[in-house]
Design a protein around this ligand. Sequence first.
Ligand code: PMV
Length: 354
Amino acid sequence: MAYSGELPHDFKGRVGWASPSNIALVKYWGKRDKQLPQNPSISFTLSECCSKTFIAFEKADRFGFKFYFEGKETPTFGAKIEKFLLDHQAFFPFVNQLNIRVESHNTFPHSSGIASSASSMSAFVMCLLEIERSLCQRSLGPDLALQKASYFSRLASGSAARSVFPAMALWGKTEAYEGSSDEYAVPLEKVIHPIFKTYHDSILIVSGETKSVSSRAGHALMETNPYASARYAQARRNVSELMAALKSGDLDAMMKITESEALQLHALMMCSNPSFILMRPNTLNIINEIRRFREETKVPVCFTLDAGPNVHLLYPDDVAEKVVAFIESELSVYCVDRHWIADRVGDGPKPLVP
Ligand code: PMV
């Protein structure tokens, strides 16, 4: 499907996409070869935490590239995208005849510790594929188009593969789901119990500092982690059990697996060499409060963590009022300036009016 002909001399335009971040319940931590996961992972697609990306393009004699983040030219941020384009010229040969200007901004603060590579890379890929579509006569159809977007998002940034689907996605081959693949994520929206589409993710900002370890370095440290193979086997079992819980609507099983996965991710970091600790005292204070609240009230709220100190509270909409009151009265004291972000499960990427 790659368009490899000479571009019309007046070929130019501007495309835009908003693409969300996602939060993993079963974590991807450890990769092999070219951005392939060592174990399958499952995530909620978010709705509020998004990257909004535009690409302005025009026919040129040779490849030209500029990247603007939050209105400022940011070559360091752009380097990853430029490298992606250069590494994948065989798939997108038309890019060599384009002058490209990428403008991106996030709806969440850079300092909030929310993984921006999933949203920004998937938004960029959605834009790139739209340019390609404008050149091609034949269309893939919506399902294959999303699979292709997931495939290229994965090459740009692993977890970005999951951001292109509404509600929930599974990335990585598992016997628990036919059609699953290491190369791209698959949508779970149609197989999950409807309660999971109502889920909230309240992100409690324990620290606004940027991560002390990049996920690239974190994945690499799994290569020498003594617990790596036990971890990958455990993650596979967790994916199978979580799939069953997601289908049946078993919230207890879902919460148990989700919390165990969050703590395992951080345990892996603590026993890698060099070791690192991303949780802060207030991360643990919040976790303890959540467990106490759940025990006392039986409200089905659980936590997860990304590769950072901030805590994601996951709960269905029918208990939202109680959980928000709990956050305001008991948890926000542990947050920077009492700051937390109210996000929830979303519908996946959306085109923007250029
Ligand atoms: O997509 P990456 O390479 O930034 O790795 C993401 C790793 C975690 O966010 C920690 C877990 C996950 O599955 O999203």
